[in-house]
Design a binder for this molecule. Structure first.
Ligand code: ZN
Length: 102
């Protein structure tokens, strides 16, 4: 087991989990059930953590995560052609199909 990704935003970690899982890599979450009950824990301890089950998949998984971070910083973006707002997961504008520019 190796820690592959963690972020204070649980939604982002879940999103990364889905993408990595879709690539056929077994992953597991830690700190899944401590939200809201931080208590004496430091904020960092309650970050949702994504672990790869099999160490052999670590390299592949980190490559996937790197590529996510390169092309998709998890922020909404605006189409340069029609100025429509698009979700971070879209590679082309949902309205005019103009390709996303970084
Ligand atoms: Zn557009």
């Amino acid at each position: 087991m190796k820690l592959i990704y963690t972020h204070e935003n649980r939604f982002i970690v879940s999103n990364v989990q889905n993408i990595v899982q879709n690539a056929g890599i077994n992953v597991t979450l830690k700190n899944e059930y401590v939200a809201g009950g931080a208590g004496d824990l430091s904020p960092f301890d309650t970050w949702l953590e994504l672990w790869v089950t099999d160490d052999k998949d670590y390299e592949k998984a980190s490559e996937i995560i790197r590529s996510i971070n390169n092309t998709d910083n998890m922020h909404d973006w605006f189409c340069s052609q029609c100025h429509e707002k698009n979700s971070a997961s879209f590679e082309i504008c949902w309205q005019c199909q103009h390709e996303r520019e970084s």
